[in-house]
Design a protein around this ligand. Sequence first.
Ligand code: T3D
Length: 272
Amino acid sequence: MTTVAGRAVLDVGRDGGVLTLTMNRPDVLNSLDDELLSALLAAFSAAASDSAVRCVVLTGAGRGFCAGADLSQVSGLGPGSVDGRGVGAALRAHLQEHYRPLISVIRSLDKPVVAAVNGVAAGAGMSLALACDLRVAAESASFLQAFVRIGLVPDAGSTYFLPRLVGMGKAMELAMLGDRISAADALAAGLVNAVVPDAELPSAAGALAARLATGPRSLGLIKRALYASLDSDLPAQLAVEEDLQAQAGDTADFTEGVTAFLSKRPPHFKGR
Ligand code: T3D
């Protein structure tokens, strides 16, 4: 847990195999300053090496999910004011230092990551939600590619995730217009998996995460297979499936799955 001036900018909670990370800068809609970015990277990295964690939920405190980069921090960058470099160079360095490792660790984590989108997800905050494997949104949540509104390019993976999730035409519309869309419109576009009443978001996301956290080891391999397909042709993808099935076949969970089926009882997966 990272604490700033007596307050944790990231709350970390555990319930069985579910790790819940709550971004906690509600006064600024959980916008991302360096402290929060570092805390997120540390928490996801720790989850990667903790076999007891079998699913991660990412959510926000207060009325926002995440409003993207903390603009009070970015706007402090005057031309040429950072280590003698221009603002552009500073943005590149900042993306490389913070966002690239964070988005990469979420995508490469060998366990499911669920975004519980409790409010507005803007700019890199929307990218963060899109980096997760599944998204459950509250009815009052909204999404915007805020970058264009301040003269930037979508980053933190949005240009990769968006066309793949919603197709190029819709991705271009969202990125170029920067309009704020509702959770219902996000569901219709394929940006989220489910929309639930605001009060039900914690329980709905929690139930989904609990289900995933009792799933087999192959969940992480399924994640790897599907993401590999985004950059593969069919022959390459068939080879990926063969490799991953070879790994899945060697798991205790596969043995348990087949044994349970033949014994006509529910399986008890251990994530191994
Ligand atoms: O190197 C790098 O870091 C580059 C990376 C860039 C990646 C990016 O994410 S660029 C995009 C950055 N984000 C934005 O441009 C979004 C800015 N925020 C907004 O447009 C609006 O706040 C929202 C549409 C998200 C929500 O609007 P609304 O009306 O519900 O809330 P609000 O009143 O605008 O915001 C509430 C408070 O949060 C407010 O502070 P105040 O007036 O109560 O003291 C507002 O200033 C603050 N806030 C919201 N977003 C940010 C923020 N403060 C700092 N940074 C923010 N991104």
